[in-house]
Design a binder for this molecule. Structure first.
Ligand code: 4NP
Length: 154
């Protein structure tokens, strides 16, 4: 069976989207799902996730090892089935790159899949303290489980 391909997108691809990638890979282990992440900006291309994000994730047994890449509209819109933005800015940046709205049906917000948490974005933890990173992981664990349910991949 053809795998379902998911791309998580944030700004820098060093905090939120690589964490979403790590959580989803953990939940989807053994299922035909391919997962990557990317940033709308290119500041951190090639870097490992932020050390704070990695250490908070590691405490929950998520090993974040992907290297940052910038979202590339010339290939990623075609390549992925679901392109999932962390916040409204990320989503509007993606929409702006899809000028003909050819791929708008693939776009959604991570928090569209939230099950128990009453949130409408995954807030950027970059300039905040440790609680922000824990909050990101709480939101992602809830929303990734909701996404997996919605995909109905057995
Ligand atoms: P992310 O967080 O979008 O969750 O990866 C950020 C990482 C870096 C920057 C901003 C947000 N930055 O300005 O360098």
């Amino acid at each position: 069976m053809k795998p379902t391909k998911i791309l998580f997108v944030c700004l820098g691809n060093i905090c939120r989207s690589p964490a979403a990638e790590g959580v989803m890979k953990y939940l989807a282990k053994g299922l035909p799902i391919e997962i990557q992440s990317a940033g709308t900006a290119g500041y951190h291309i090639g870097e490992l996730p932020d050390v704070r994000m990695r250490s908070h994730a590691q405490k929950r047994n998520y090993n974040l090892i992907s290297h940052a890449q910038q979202f590339d509209p010339s290939k990623h819109f075609e390549q992925f089935d679901h392109i999932i933005a962390m916040d409204a800015n990320n989503l509007s940046d993606l929409k702006a790159m899809d000028r003909n709205k050819k791929y708008h049906h693939k776009l959604s917000l991570m928090t569209d899949y939230s099950q128990t948490m009453d949130v409408n974005e995954v807030p950027d933890p970059y300039y905040g303290g440790p609680a922000g990173f824990e909050h990101v992981l709480d939101i992602l664990e809830d929303a990734c489980a909701g996404l997996l349910k919605q995909l109905q991949i057995k």
